[in-house]
Design a protein around this ligand. Structure first.
Ligand code: G4P
Length: 527
């Protein structure tokens, strides 16, 4: 039988983070092209679009030209199996992105060479830093005029406080891209164009003498810059990379495919393979132990004609085999896995087996929630995925009170899936629940689904609350009646005090230092 530890060693499970338009989609397509998963770059998008026409549930997706649903792409590369976890590509940050990152072992941060670090890059970077996810940096769009290479590495160091270790260095300024020097070997990789990068870029490897002959001054300028880098000690260090303290940097152009292979090689060679995951006690479960995994995302209605629900589970140990009956740790109930799928883009295929690092999609896993563990004996429970600290709060009311039952059911479902967090006033119960989110988009998804799927269109009114603190019964009693504050209960029982302004909160904190007003996890990254 296949050894899960050996299979795990071949896996690289990673995500791409970027500000919209930096080139995440293009790079993903090119990875698939280089991985041999598609013959012609552009196929992925086309396939997605065809699918989108069929999908009514995410009309929004089409209207706004964004991708709300994230998917998992698995493809072979050399002797490795790469699992690319796609994070939602919209401008708005949402809890989904955070959850997807909880399942990744590494991430590629894509920057646009002319924009450098943008707001969304910063926010996503903070999440990676908090989770200590090793980060590779790809400076994209080098085929267009942009900033200077050294300026960009300085920007990463200063803005993110992350040391840079350039592995490739561009020959030719942004806009006049000739090739890349691989600092590890000293080779000069010179590129030749293919039409819009539909096929792999032509690459010629030159030694320094030949490089100088063909690209003269541009080559020498790059060599000079590399000498500068060497003087400041920016050589690659695997340990610093794995500790998420320094990032290897790659330059390229996803559009023309320049530098894509070198980046993909780095994912295969440098990114860590799945490691034994610590359980709630902190004990790592060996990779070769029987199957275990945790759900990092639950997605309803990917296919409107089925109205179903998929739980995405990252395998942490053992071999998963379709049809095996596993235990659902939270309920202790057996769970059949006859309907296990691999989800490639928007397409599904039945999945027969999976190993640590892989993601399986379990269809109609109605009881499985984000953070839940599934296992084969011996039992294990992995730590949950902490809820992001919400910064947007809106009250939901059914437009038609006659459909309150449907409304209530819908809210409960959205809460369970983690589309939004649901807070209730103890006195009001299910009347006027408060929806809490980190991005506006989460409300739009909630609203669309309440109307289309549960048949109860809702009015969602934004409130002025902007910050939440975890509180207790005693402090709740003290806060009662104060203006600009409300205490509500989240469905996991946590009491949250909502404040309209951070100044008001600070004032209360300084007047009453003995009150319980604790920060939520991951605070300050959203917004
Ligand atoms: P995203 O997923 O991060 O939002 O970015 P996406 O890949 O969709 O890329 C955004 C735009 O940037 C696209 O142009 C894409 O073609 C372009 N782009 C991506 N990589 C490069 C690159 O290396 N060089 C250059 N010059 N452009 C790049 P668009 O006009 O919005 O779309 P399209 O008509 O080209 O598809």
């Amino acid at each position: 039988m296949t050894d899960p530890a050996v299979e795990a060693e071949r896996r690289r499970t990673f995500a791409i983070i970027s500000h919209p338009d930096a080139g995440k989609t293009t790079l993903t397509e090119k990875f698939l092209l280089y991985g041999g998963a598609v013959q012609d770059a552009g196929q992925v998008k086309a396939r997605g679009e065809r699918r989108r026409v069929r999908s009514d549930w995410m009309d929004m997706e089409q209207q706004r030209g964004i991708s709300i649903t994230s998917t998992v792409l698995q493809f072979p590369y050399r002797d490795r199996v790469l699992n690319l976890l796609d994070t939602p590509g919209h401008r708005d940050f949402s809890e989904d992105t955070y959850r997807v990152l909880a399942a990744a072992d590494a991430a590629i941060m894509v920057l646009d060479a002319s924009s450098g670090i943008e707001p969304q890059t910063l926010k996503l970077f903070e999440v990676c830093r908090e989770r200590r996810i090793p980060l590779l940096t790809f400076i994209n769009k080098w085929d267009r005029p942009g900033k200077e290479a050294l300026e960009l590495t300085d920007e990463i160091e200063e803005t993110l406080g992350l040391a840079t270790m350039p592995i490739t260095w561009p020959v030719g300024i942004a806009g006049d891209f000739r090739g890349l020097i691989d600092r590890r070997s000293g080779d000069y990789v010179r590129f030749s164009r293919t039409a819009r990068g539909a096929t792999e870029a032509g690459e010629e490897i030159l030694d320094p003498a030949a490089a100088e002959e063909v690209d003269g001054d541009s080559y020498l300028a790059a060599v000079e810059q590399i000498e500068l880098l060497e003087a400041v000690g920016s050589d690659f260090d695997q340990e610093l990379f794995e500790m998420a303290e320094a990032t290897p940097v790659f330059f390229g152009s996803a559009l023309t495919n320049y530098g894509v292979r070198l980046l993909l090689d780095a994912v295969a060679d440098l990114a860590p393979s799945p490691q034994p995951r610590p359980d709630i006690e902190g004990d790592p479960r060996p990779l070769e132990s029987p199957f275990s995994g945790f759900a990092f995302k639950v997605q309803a209605n990917m296919d409107p004609s089925h109205r179903d629900r998929i739980a995405f589970v990252r395998v942490c140990s053992g071999r998963f085999e379709r049809g095996m009956v596993v235990t659902h740790a939270r309920t202790g109930k057996p769970f059949g896995t006859k309907y296990a799928h691999s989800v490639f883009g928007q397409e599904r295929d039945t999945l027969e087996e999976a190993f640590p690092g892989d993601v399986i999609g379990l269809v109609n896993a109605t009881e499985v929630r984000v953070g839940d563990t599934l296992y084969l004996e011996p039992p294990v429970e992995y730590p949950g995925i902490p809820a992001f600290a919400p910064e947007l709060f809106a009250i939901a009311r059914p437009k038609d009170v006659g459909r309150f039952k449907q409304f209530r059911k819908g809210i409960a479902q959205l809460d369970e899936e983690g589309v939004v967090q649901v807070l209730r006033d103890r006195d009001l119960g299910d009347q006027e629940p408060m929806l809490a989110a980190v991005g506006q988009m989460q409300f739009e998804v909630a609203s669309a689904r309440l109307a289309d799927e549960f048949g109860s269109p809702a009015e969602i009114s934004m409130t002025r609350f902007s910050i939440a603190r975890v509180t207790d019964e005693a402090t709740m009693a003290n806060l009662r009646g104060m203006s600009g504050v409300r205490v509500l209960e989240r469905s996991d029982g946590t009491l949250l005090a909502l404040f309209e302004s951070v100044y008001w909160l600070q004032r209360i904190e300084s007047d009453h230092p003995d009150w319980t007003l604790d920060q939520l996890v991951a605070e300050g990254m959203a917004g």
